[in-house]
Design a protein around this ligand. Structure first.
Ligand code: HEC
Ligand code: HEC
Length: 183
């Protein structure tokens, strides 16, 4: 079903309102998804600074690895020098994906230290989200390999605090109710 059609059905079914007089409750859907964005698996690639972060403690990446203009590293320290197309087996070995990189320097898509409201605002702003529509952001959350890979993080790393299906469902609910800002 098309996104718009689903949204209309949701409104007709009254899903966007709560008992206390039609105030949208979809801000709550964002609040449900928020802990995943803030989890180390996601935040380590969405840092405030110009270096990726590592591990469950989100320490600054070893070997002075830097974002670089295109997010793929600087000089000899290209991400692909160590991050292969799949996870390397063994404790604290580099996780892998053929497209392993950070967002580019001119569009860093920072999650670190964003409040729920700040993050929601940023995700729906094409000037800060890579020029995407909300439907495209939703598709990214549902299908992108870097996102889904966080649920296969490699030895010694925890998974985000809910299943990918539940995360995608909460995010879809937020988008389909018009992506309201949480309190
Ligand atoms: C010299 C090798 C090397 C290079 C170059 C390198 N990495 Fe890493 N990276 C590693 C290793 C090893 C780990 C695992 C460290 C650990 O778990 O303690 C890692 C872990 C990470 C993690 C943490 C994953 C997680 O979920 O905790 C991120 C994010 C990351 N690298 C991003 C990058 C990016 C982006 C680049 C390029 C800009 C890059 N790395 C370049 C070796 C490298
Ligand atoms: C290996 C690094 C990496 C990991 C891990 C990662 N991302 Fe990203 N993410 C990126 C890059 C690079 C982009 C921008 C490139 C693109 O559009 O494909 C991006 C873009 C996004 C976007 C769309 C643009 C925006 O406004 O931020 C969303 C949403 C997103 N990521 C969510 C997540 C979530 C949720 C997780 C964890 C489940 C995650 N990412 C894990 C690298 C990563």
């Amino acid at each position: 079903m098309k996104l718009a059609a689903v949204a209309v059905l949701a409104v007709l079914a009254g899903c966007g309102a709560n008992e206390s007089g039609g105030r949208p409750r979809a801000g709550n859907a964002f609040a449900r998804a928020y802990p995943v964005f803030m989890h180390a698996r996601c935040m380590n690639c969405h840092p405030a600074g110009d270096a990726p972060l590592q591990g469950d403690l989100s320490l600054v990446h070893a070997q002075n690895v830097q974002r670089g203009p295109d997010g793929r590293g600087l000089f000899a320290m290209k991400c692909s020098a160590c991050h292969q197309s799949e996870n390397v087996e063994g404790l604290r070995m580099p996780p892998g994906n053929p497209n392993w990189h950070l967002p580019p320097a001119d569009m860093p898509m920072v999650f670190e230290r964003r409040s729920p409201r700040e993050l929601a605002e940023q995700l729906r702003d094409p000037k800060r989200n890579g020029g995407k529509t909300l439907a495209e952001i939703l598709r990214h959350v549902e299908e992108d390999g870097l996102v889904k890979g966080c649920w296969n993080p490699g030895d010694g790393r925890t998974k985000p605090p809910m299943s990918h299906a539940d995360f995608a469902k909460a995010f879809r609910e937020w988008v389909e109710s018009g992506a309201p800002l949480p309190e």
